[in-house]
Design a protein around this ligand. Structure first.
Ligand SMILES: [Zn+2]
Length: 356
């Protein structure tokens, strides 16, 4: 049990938040309660049986960050307020597009040197409000906010640490990317310009337990070259130059994976030609976007046949015999013919015996 005394109450008042939630794990002293109440803060004891609003349903134990007054000022600034609202808006879009399940997914944004605003743990990303967000340093120490930060922030931190231009990181579990994640497979390249230009090569990181230093270590070496990384048997993590930019990488990657999966049902193959790939990368370079394929010759850009990569030598065009009424009828005819032959054979045998 943690003690929440007058000192902590004074720090809480400075956050500007209007509600203080606590549970059995927090012992709130009478003096601290007075300070909160006198400051006009609503004090709520969460028993755990409280229901049904999406925000209250999973309310965590209240935590007050260990930040300095400068941290609290930054956390409560107008700039941060705008970013918090943007995170909630993107969370809503992630949920609406079914990119997150349950409380899955998390979003963060860089707000200063070694300072990040991040989504809380245990909350649906579709129903967040700005007061639920937290501020942390690059090690994940919570500096401000009453809700506990996402346990997956340490994976975001691995990206911020290795990519100085990364302003925001967005992680979720979109299903079409998930299909590749459970196969540990990279989506084949050279199929749609949108991915080639705005995302680039999608990397695949090996499966590691979520929230551990191991998963952060698996993402760290990939992030400088890849803005969109599939986390093996888990989901997708993307970084961008703004919150919306990071989200766009996710949307483009999932749309690409979805198209590739759908296309497998259609016979035939096609891909962006080598020269076309050269043109796309030249365009991308002009836009100042990173890509690990700059400097490759056109022939090197199309060494991989995407469909062969995806489906092996049959190229996906005939992995399964397509349903065909003619084929079914032909089989039926064949089995009828077999039956007729058998009946005829038995009839002949019986007739022969009768004759004897
Ligand atoms: Zn996850």
């Amino acid at each position: 049990m943690k003690l929440f005394a007058q000192k902590e109450a004074v720090a809480f008042v400075k956050t500007g938040l209007k509600e203080f939630r606590y549970d059995r794990e927090i012992r709130l002293t009478p003096g601290a309660k007075d300070i909160l109440t006198e400051a006009g803060i609503k004090v709520v004891f969460a028993t755990g049986a409280t229901p049904p609003s999406p925000t209250a349903a999973s309310a965590p134990a209240s935590t007050v960050g260990a930040g300095t007054s400068a941290d609290l000022k930054l956390f409560n600034s107008a700039e941060s307020a705008l970013l918090k609202q943007q995170i909630c808006d993107i969370g809503r879009r992630i949920w609406m597009r079914e990119y997150c399940d349950g409380n899955g997914g998390n979003i963060s944004v860089r707000v200063g040197p070694d300072r990040f605003i991040v989504t809380p743990t245990g909350v649906s990303k579709g129903f967040m409000t700005p007061d639920m967000l937290c501020m942390v340093d690059g090690k994940g120490n919570q500096l401000a906010g009453t809700w506990k930060r996402s346990s997956e922030f340490t994976t975001h931190a691995a990206i911020y640490e290795t990519v100085p231009e990364a302003v925001s990181v967005c992680h979720a579990h979109p299903c079409h990317v998930g299909a590749f994640a459970v196969k540990g497979m990279q989506p084949p390249p050279r199929l749609i310009p949108e991915l080639e230009v705005f995302v680039g090569t999608v990397a695949v990181a090996e499966y590691k337990t979520p929230g551990t230093p191991e998963i952060a270590a698996s993402i760290r070496p990939l992030a400088p070259q890849h803005q969109s990384i599939i986390m093996g048997n888990h989901g997708l993590i993307c970084w961008g130059k703004s919150i919306e930019d990071a989200y766009f990488k996710m949307e483009i990657t999932d749309a690409y994976c979805r198209t590739v999966i759908l296309a497998q049902a259609i016979p035939g193959t096609s891909a962006i030609p080598c020269e076309g790939m050269g043109d796309l990368l030249a365009l991308k370079k002009k836009m100042g976007l990173p890509d690990d394929r700059y400097g490759l010759k056109p022939a090197e850009l199309c060494e991989v046949d995407p469909w062969q990569e995806m489906c092996g030598s049959h190229g996906c065009s005939s992995p399964v015999t397509p349903w065909n009424p003619m084929t079914v009828d032909a089989k039926k005819d064949a089995s009828n013919a077999d039956l007729e032959a058998l009946v005829q054979k038995l009839t002949d045998e019986i007739v022969a015996k009768v004759k004897v």
